[in-house]
Design a protein around this ligand. Sequence first.
Ligand code: OKP
Ligand code: ZN
Length: 334
Amino acid sequence: MRGFFDPRQLAHAPKREFHNGGWTDYAEVPARAEAIVAALGGAEAPTDHGEAAILAVHDAGYVDFLKTAPAKWAAAGRDGDVVGYVWPVVARRKIDLTRIDALAGRYSLDAATPLTADTWTAAYWSAQSALSALAAVQAGDRAAFALCRPPGHHAGADYLGGYCHLNTAAIAAQAARDAGATRVAILDIDYHHGNGTQDIFWARGDVFYASVHADPATDYPFYWGHADEIGEGLGEGATLNLPLPQETTLAAFRAAQATALDAIARFGPDVLIVSFGADTWEGDPISHFRLATADYAVLARDIASAGWPVLVVMEGGYAIPALGANLASFLAGF
Ligand code: OKP
Ligand code: ZN
């Protein structure tokens, strides 16, 4: 299977994130991608598909923020990375925001995702890796892999969060639609719910979003991913959330994924995009499921047996020594 990655994706390296009332080391480190490239025995450089596919999903003001916020932060006399500290929870007024702190709150979901001067470039190439893997599938490959790092599924049209800036799965889904696919399905099997992907396609019936994830009653992102969220308007019924309790092992995870695959089969996609996170692994440092390395091949075989062309995009997974083997197990299942 072809795999895509650009070394410029390594440049984004925030030092810390705010968690449980204090600063901790940033979990989404460049070494994650290096471990995966090593396990794959290398990756192809993506083709530059340009910014239009990104702007087909993301708000122009948000993209401008990603590019310019680090310079505004420095101009305000601050050291370190851009991070918000006040959020427009009560009133998202349509006022012209200029202050860097107002922008940082307006365009973010949490304080766990600092922006650096290199973030835009890394996120841009992460999106290009997704678009290049999509191109391989469009050219006839049964499956292709995009080593998207930074990841994407928590990023909405106009906000970053959860280590994510550009929603690579959504960008690929929209690009597939724009290239003529009638229906696109996204299966999200990262440990965390992909709130950004859900938000982007919430009111649309042409892109189905199904997610198996840790119950947001106990886990990030808390405000999304509950079973009663099914989409709205034209999108009603095109969102499926299957939250599971902490300590979940293969049997229950596989059954939930089968429920998602059945719903996707009824939807009838031209192409399936899998948001894959290896943070469901039993030893993940920030997550609480109990999947074993060999389980990923089982999950992948279940997905592959449905027969749709599959684009796999990388999301989370933070146990660096096991990351390569977990990903290799998953890809081998195809
Ligand atoms: C991103 B992805 C632990 C705090 C975790 C953010 C979780 C983001 C997960 N230091 N908070 O879905 O793997
Ligand atoms: Zn995750």
